[in-house]
Design a protein around this ligand. Structure first.
Ligand SMILES: NC(=O)c1ccc[n+]([C@@H]2O[C@H](COP(=O)([O-])OP(=O)(O)OC[C@H]3O[C@@H](n4cnc5c(N)ncnc54)[C@H](OP(=O)(O)O)[C@@H]3O)[C@@H](O)[C@H]2O)c1
Length: 267
């Protein structure tokens, strides 16, 4: 299989690295397309044996799968200025946030479109991607795409494209919520006199350990919480403050605001 990546930025290059790492493609079958010609040399060094070209120099694209990994705000420019035409058999996989399949089909005059919403831990092969496909894409084509997505972490097929707004708000933006909470905990640690490096270590290892407990315990989240929060104890004092300030409600509102923004952007 030959793959072209239109937009060799963070996601485009990390997807490419995962495909190569898991030997899903050979280096010579990967074609990276960049806007910035100054990046060509660096990309050639980073991807030995692969082809690297500038967007405005390609008049033909020899690829079975084309990954669209430019920012959503650059998509219209790409669609208007593209010098090549997709052939009927080529499959497009868009990872652009908030751009609907229908719009991609219309602007590229091309039907075979799969839309995916990955997240940044894809960089480490620990991402999660929700994806959906245009009508007319066969089951075997979808399985082929899923194999590629799974090299970046896990992937889940969504029947309803509208749910990708929720996926964007939950897992696409999710890593930032996690960093936000980790940051708040570290700051509380330093306020209590713990050195920043040490506070970071305590918080990061706590998050890691708690994550593994969620995955390895038969207990649900409420039970896990009550295991830590004994009556009249320290955890209970913290949870009481969180409850009084409706922290859960605030987090819920934030995530729904992200979903709403994703909907707005896709309009
Ligand atoms: N980062 C995330 O966590 C995340 C999560 C889910 C989905 N996504 C989606 O993934 C896509 C890429 O995000 P990113 O974080 O990887 O952004 P990024 O690092 O800015 O990558 C986008 C790349 O596209 C290039 N580009 C722009 N116009 C181009 C053109 N005409 N021809 C060729 N290349 C062009 C940019 O080139 P320059 O270097 O010249 O700017 C840049 O290298 C976005 O659509 C985003 O919505 C990202």
């Amino acid at each position: 299989m030959k793959i072209a990546v239109l937009g060799a930025g963070n996601m485009g290059t990390s997807f490419s690295k995962s495909f190569l790492k898991y030997e899903l493609i050979k280096a010579e079958n990967l074609h990276l397309i960049t806007r910035n010609k100054d990046k060509i040399r660096k990309l050639n060094q980073e991807f030995p044996g692969s082809k690297v070209s500038a967007f405005d120099e390609i008049s033909e694209l020899d690829a079975d799968l084309v990954i669209i990994a430019v920012k959503p705000q650059d998509f219209a420019f790409v669609a208007e200025n593209i010098l090549f035409r997709f052939n009927e058999k080529q499959m497009l996989l868009s990872i652009m946030a908030g751009i609907k399949i229908e719009k991609i089909q219309k602007l590229f005059s091309h039907q075979k479109v799969v839309r995916a919403m990955p997240n940044s831990p894809s960089l480490l092969g620990m991402g999660i991607t929700g994806y959906t496909a245009a009508e007319g894409i066969s089951f075997s084509e979808l399985m082929q795409i899923e194999r590629f997505l799974n090299s970046t972490g896990r992937s889940v097929y969504m029947e309803d494209e509208n749910l990708l707004d929720g996926v964007t708000a939950l897992s696409g933006s999710g890593p930032a919520y996690f960093y936000y909470i980790v940051d708040a905990m570290i700051k509380a640690g330093t306020e209590m006199g713990i050195e920043e490096n040490m506070a970071k270590l305590f918080v990061k290892q706590t998050m890691l350990g708690a994550y593994h407990l969620i995955n390895n315990s038969e207990k649900n989240l409420e039970q896990l919480i009550s295991d830590v929060a004994s009556k009249g104890g320290t955890t209970e004092a913290a949870l009481k403050t969180f409850g009084e300030n409706d922290l859960k409600g605030i987090i819920r509102k934030g995530i729904l605001a992200a979903e709403k923004r994703s909907e707005e952007l896709s309009r």
